[in-house]
Design a protein around this ligand. Structure first.
Ligand SMILES: [Mg+2]
Length: 206
């Protein structure tokens, strides 16, 4: 279907590991793919409301030589199969194989590696998306910042994946922290939470 005759769509950009599927350290085995609880139903609701669903994933294990592009693809295939069984079809999956050059997840080390906005911008161009009305959902500060850097309307941090460090939690104070993808979807669909609404960052001072 041509996108040239249709107005730009809004998208929900999604991190993969720890957001849509269970976080597994350097996941390369498709038999270990598990959809997070209620993730599929959340995506189905977003899809039914017209949002494009686009996964944006950092896969530094490829750049490090620890997993192959083929293994990465098999994991995606299994995720897609499980989503399809629940009536969800992703509009695209974009990955960055680059390994980071440092530990700071708030620093852009490659334009395509989150928090770099490169893949969101490319997806926007290729899929005919309006980034300014689109959202980003992920479990790491780099996910939230990628949405911000791409000019998205807002970013959500879900608590189903990696925990933020105290430093990252401070950087996350401008983003909406929600328990899971389902709550993020409900918030987007209900527009219940303005993007500048104060939220409680995880890992606040203890
Ligand atoms: Mg993640």
């Amino acid at each position: 279907m041509s996108t040239s005759q249709t107005p730009p769509r809004s998208a929900v950009f999604l991190d993969r590991d720890g957001t849509v599927i269970e976080q597994v350290h350097y996941l390369s085995d498709p038999t270990k793919v598990r959809l997070l609880p209620d993730a599929a139903s959340a995506l189905r609701r977003l899809q039914a409301s017209g949002f494009a669903l686009v996964v944006i994933t950092n896969q530094s294990a490829i750049g490090r030589g620890w997993i192959t592009v083929e293994q990465y693809g098999l994991v995606n295939d299994e995720m897609n199969r499980r989503l399809a069984a629940e009536g969800v079809e992703l509009d695209g999956i974009y990955y960055c194989p680059e390994a980071p050059t440092g530990d700071d997840r708030t620093e852009v080390t490659h334009p395509d590696r989150k928090p770099g906005p490169g893949l969101l911008i490319r997806a926007g161009r290729e899929l005919g998306l309006d980034l300014s009305t689109s959202w980003m959902i992920g479990d790491m500060i780099s996910d939230a910042l990628a949405g911000l850097n791409a000019g998205c309307r807002g970013s959500f941090l879900v608590e189903t994946g990696k925990k933020l460090t105290d430093e990252e939690a401070q950087a996350a104070s401008g983003f909406v922290v929600v328990p899971n993808l389902s709550v993020a979807a409900d918030t987007i669909l209900g527009s219940l939470t303005p993007i500048d609404d104060p939220s409680t960052p995880r890992g606040s001072s203890s």
